[in-house]
Design a protein around this ligand. Structure first.
Ligand code: UDP
Length: 335
């Protein structure tokens, strides 16, 4: 299969590329390195079946050529990370909406299959967990920047479903819950790489709010397996699936766990949300997916435990701190 991954030099995109190369696909990626990084694809960039284009998906001509060439498009390119959203709302909204519009309209010409990655953010501040795909979305006011991300991804979902219903473009939507693992950067605010780095450097571990908010974390390897399986599932067209784990942990417990596993002497400190993000910032207290829909469809169940996830991130951050890139050795090429 010929596969296009938009955002393929990002954290999840690069893991997806690696998995598809391993099974023999020809992989094309398009990434403008706005949040992705060359170091994420360093170990696969010379693979004979790997082709990378350092370009924005809003470059219509380039995207058109790649969509034409490929059998399936994994559309991951997006502005992500709460910090980035709060700091650059214009870019977030424009990249997310315009990029998806371009990909879907191009895919429509030859009815190419598109897997759209959406996010658990779309559930907003819904407080009844677990979240099911057909639940109402509860978003905050437009004056609060964080909701622009959820809203832009919800528009992407509407658009993908509309392309399926109206133009029979085969689309599948996944809502990724907190996905973590090696190569994820803490630069855009993601909690586990941040805590791991703080613990390893002996700096204060900064828990925002009182730490009673909770999340469920999925290892990127589990998430990538689910993404591929559902993208190829014949009955998934026009459907939305949660991908995540249902093991819940509070952020304070997470800080303690990371401190312990990293053998760190760091202090755990609390930082008010307005200091961490912006005045009036609203956090989600809980975010737990109902994963029964994807389980029924393709038998998905996360396999990697929280401690294994944390150890893999600590190892990755340690390698980065000691000068290594933190990325694995080159992928063994099959001649
Ligand atoms: N968080 C924290 N310290 C940090 C980064 C994040 O306490 O250094 C908290 C954040 O406020 C949120 C949780 O950890 O409650 C998860 O944050 P992340 O940005 O990783 O994901 P999301 O908010 O999208 O679930």
């Amino acid at each position: 299969m010929k596969v296009l991954i938009t955002g393929g030099a990002g954290f999840i995109g690069s893991h997806l590329a690696e998995r598809l190369l391993e099974r023999g696909d020809e992989v094309y990626i398009q990434d403008d390195l706005s949040t992705g990084a060359m170091e994420n694809i360093q170990h696969i960039k010379d693979h004979p079946n790997f082709h990378y284009f350092l370009d924005s998906i809003t470059n219509y001509q380039r995207t058109a050529e790649l969509v034409d060439l490929c059998d399936i498009i994994y559309h991951l390119a997006a502005s992500v990370g709460v910090r980035l959203i709060v700091e650059s709302p214009v870019k977030t909204i424009e990249t997310n909406i315009r990029g998806t519009e371009i990909v879907l309209s191009l895919a429509a010409k030859k009815r190419k299959r598109v897997l759209l990655t959406s996010t658990s953010e779309v559930y907003g501040k819904r407080d009844q967990v677990p979240f099911r795909e057909d639940d109402d979305l509860v978003l905050g006011p437009t004056s609060k920047g964080r909701w622009s991300y959820a809203c832009s991804k919800a528009i992407d979902e509407f658009l993908a479903i509309a392309y399926w219903k109206e133009k029979r473009v085969p689309t599948v939507i996944v809502r990724l819950f907190n996905t973590v693992g090696p190569r994820q950067t803490g630069r855009y605010g993601m909690v586990i790489p941040n805590f791991a780095r703080q613990a390893l450097e002996g700096h204060d571990i900064t828990v925002y709010g009182d730490g009673s908010q909770s999340r469920c974390f999925t290892h990127v390897s589990d998430a990538v397996g689910a993404i591929i399986a559902i993208a190829e599932h014949p009955e998934a067209l026009g459907e939305v699936y949660n991908i995540g784990s249902n093991t819940e942990v509070t952020i304070l417990e997470l800080a303690e766990r990371i401190k312990h596993l990293a053998n760190s002497n760091s202090r755990i400190v609390f930082m008010p949300y307005e200091e961490a993000y912006e005045e009036g910032f609203e956090d989600m207290m809980r975010r737990v997916p109902d994963i029964s829909k994807i389980n029924r469809a393709v038998g998905y169940a996360p396999e990697i435990s929280l401690d294994e996830i944390l150890m893999s991130v600590i190892k990755d951050q340690r390698a980065r701190l000691t000068g290594g890139s933190g990325v694995p050795a080159p992928l063994a090429f099959k001649a």
